[in-house]
Design a protein around this ligand. Structure first.
Ligand SMILES: [Zn+2]
Length: 257
């Protein structure tokens, strides 16, 4: 065996991949060749350094779970897609159908989501009037109503009393809308009751006042300072908008009020 062959066999020898005959020949060559012997020693030192060092870490359970759940999420639609492709030879048709279906599902879903919230807000308003449970804390003093919510919600609702403008605050209650506990503030306008709901918005983007009707009630919706607001009442839309504008214009820092 010459040095060229020994050099060629060295990695295999280190990894114990050589057969007995080649291993013996290699070792015989090392006995008489200091260059190959030192090359072998270097390789061996390197391998034991790598093998001994803790260069690999076991991922924390939490991280592994997170990655696995994300992989599942990515895998699921792909599997359906693959199955569709297999069962449908017309690739273009399948692709078009998928695009159309995705659009339809997304469109309906977005529509239903908003509709669901509107229905819940109206239902909550009606319920509060029917069961005579308008307020958990009956007070016209927002300095009493505001602290009542703290500890019951993970956010601070923003509201003021507008008695001098003809919309007196009469209290507040805890309600459950949009799959979360929310603050419901109750205002009066002559004989009409206005329920004002607010909860953290999904984005910081503000939204102007939008009026809509549902089941014979009027609603005003807007987003301000990271909070989403819904006002609902049987009050006419002109006055409901006036009420919404008062709230929207009120500063977040209105402790002097
Ligand atoms: Zn040699």
């Amino acid at each position: 065996m010459d040095c060229q062959q020994a050099k060629y066999l060295l990695p295999g020898y280190i990894d114990r991949e050589l057969d007995l005959v080649h291993s013996v020949e290699f070792e015989e060559h090392l006995e008489g060749c200091s260059a190959c012997k030192s090359a072998h020693e270097q390789q061996q030192a390197l391998q034991s350094a790598i093998g001994g060092a803790s260069l690999s870490y076991r991922a924390p359970t939490e991280l592994r779970k997170r990655i696995q759940s994300q992989l599942r999420r990515v895998d699921e639609p792909k599997m359906t897609w693959n199955r569709r492709l297999r069962s449908n030879s017309a690739l273009a048709t399948a692709a078009m159908l998928l695009v159309a279906a995705t659009w339809a599902i997304g469109h309906n879903w977005a529509g239903n989501k908003s509709d669901g919230v509107i229905d819940q807000v109206v239902a909550s308003h009606v319920r509060s009037l029917l069961v005579d449970h308008v307020a958990d804390v009956a007070s016209s003093d927002r300095h009493q109503v505001k602290p009542w919510f703290s500890g019951k919600l993970d956010y601070a609702p923003e509201f003021d009393d507008f008695a001098s403008q003809g919309f007196p605050l009469s209290g507040g209650r805890l309600d459950y809308v949009n799959r979360r506990p929310v603050a419901a503030m109750v205002y009066g306008r002559r004989k009409h009751v206005i329920n004002l709901f607010c909860w953290p918005a999904t984005s910081e983007r503000t939204a102007p006042i939008q009026l809509l009707d549902r089941q014979g009630y009027h609603l005003a919706h807007w987003v301000k300072s990271g909070l989403e607001f819904w006002a609902v009442s049987d009050l006419n839309t002109t006055e409901l908008r006036e009420f919404a504008e008062l709230l929207q214009a009120a500063g977040t820092d209105s402790a002097a009020n």
